[in-house]
Each structure stands twice: as C-alpha cells, then as structure tokens.
Design a protein around this ligand. Sequence first.
Ligand SMILES: *[C@@H]1O[C@H](CO)[C@@H](O)[C@H](O)[C@H]1NC(C)=O
Length: 285
Amino acid sequence: MASMLHLFLLLGSLMVASAGSLNENFDITWGDGRAKMVNDGELLTLSLDKASGSGFQSKNEYLFGKIDMQLKLVGGNSAGTVTAYYLSSKGSTWDEIDFEFLGNLSGDPYILHSNVFSQGKGNREQQFYLWFDPTADFHTYSILWNPQRIVFSVDGTPIREFKNSESIGVPFPKNQPMRIYSSLWNADDWATRGGLVKTDWTQAPFTASYRNFKADACIWSNGKSSCTSNSPSSSSSNGPWLSEELDTTSQERLKWVQKNYMIYNYCSDTKRFPQGLPAECSSTS
Ligand SMILES: *[C@@H]1O[C@H](CO)[C@@H](O)[C@H](O)[C@H]1NC(C)=O
C-alpha cells in the first residue's frame, strides 16, 4: 500500500494535472461583479450588459499543455456578442491560441472562430459552424499545445491542427509562457453577419458559463517549467500529451469537420494573399 501511494504521489508531481475548482485556477479580472464564481468554483459565469462585459484569467502561466474547459454559450438572441476563450503571452511579439464564439439570432448558427498568433503575427483564421447547439448544453473545448503542434478540439473531435513548420521558416509558439483568458463582450460592429446584426440590449444581461476545467500542463513559474526537460531518458515522465499526434481516426474526424463545417480557411483565401498563401498552408495546417 505504501509503495502504491508513493507511486501515485510521484506520478502526480510529474504530470502536473489540475482539475476541478475554477476558483483555485482562475481570477476574475474585470466586469465589476458581472463575472461570478458559483458553488465554490464549480461553475463560473460571465455576463454582459450595455454598460460592460466581464472576464477572467488563469492564475498560472503554462508552457505547453492539454487544456479542457466546458462552455455553455449565450443562448437566445446572442447576436453581436462574442465569447473569447484563449491562451496568450505578453508583449509586442506575443503568441496566442484563440477560440472565439460569435453569437447569432435565435436559431441561427454560432460561428466558432479560431486563430494562431506566433511572435505577434496572426492572420490565420479558420471558422466553423458546430454540429450541435452550443447554447443548449455544456460542451468541451480543448487545446492541445505541444512543441510539434496545436490541435483545437470540440468534444474530443479535432477541428484544426496547426503544425510546427519552423523547418520552412514559420515561427511556432514554443518559447513564451501563456495564460488562459476568457471574456464576454459586445462586438456588434463585426461579429454577426459581419456587423449587420446588432446586439439587442433588451435581451441583456447575456450569460456564458464555464465548468470542468482540466489541464495536463507544464506550469511556468520563476523562469522554470514544472515539466522535466525533454531528454529521452526523462520524456516518459512527462505526460504523453507532450508528444501527442493525431492518430488515423482523429485525422479522419478532422477531415470530416473541415469538409462539412468549415466556413472560412485563410489557407484557401487566395484573394487575401495575392502574393501567395502563407508558407504553412502548403504543409496542411
Ligand atoms: C448567423 O446566421 C446567418 C444566417 O444563417 C449566417 O450567415 C451567419 O454565418 C451566422 N453566424 C454569424 C456569427 O454571423
């Protein structure tokens, strides 16, 4: 028994998984009471009214991780509202991995907007409709971020893979620790049908909810990572996610989403890039 316990403690300390309580992992950062921890941090809600939106951020900084959060988006007429959920570093050459959910009129589809910034440069948008109503229930939105790739997933189905293409000169986010941020705000100048549909403030306050945060991640603190350095002898002590890739089944599902639900891909927007598509587009990212 004692050695069993020992093994668990050892695994626990090496894998640095954190789960559950949102108040242990996040701070509400703005919104003047509009963001709330409910039930001891089991649930977090953000709200938006005409005067202000609201937001929160993670206490920890992470350098790589597999991060899951369940979100239930603003229901009813959510046109004009944007719920942003993303990882970002600081400074003028920041890295960022974005999920943004663009609201819509009741019954019209939300858009899941995604982007990847490396060293301050983004312009890598991909947008999707979802195969379910994201306001009816909680769904899991995940970011796998390791040195080889970034994978965006919804309920375990990968919707986007951004591969490390440093070998062809494309910077990849791998040196700057990032925090998790989320906010609910008014973006009716662009969000819904490109800004045509405005926020209906008679429906306010608008609310989005969060629960079941889980991070298998390397926590960055005082200039050091909680993960062991990636030498062959020690890599097995880090989580398998640190070298995870998409297996055949996941690749098939990714193709299914991209074929049936993708509504915008910067990699096929030849009008936008008349001088040639970004380099990473040729290596399917
Ligand atoms: C909102 O619904 C319209 C009509 O179906 C659609 O064109 C648009 O892509 C939807 N989403 C957003 C965020 O505009």
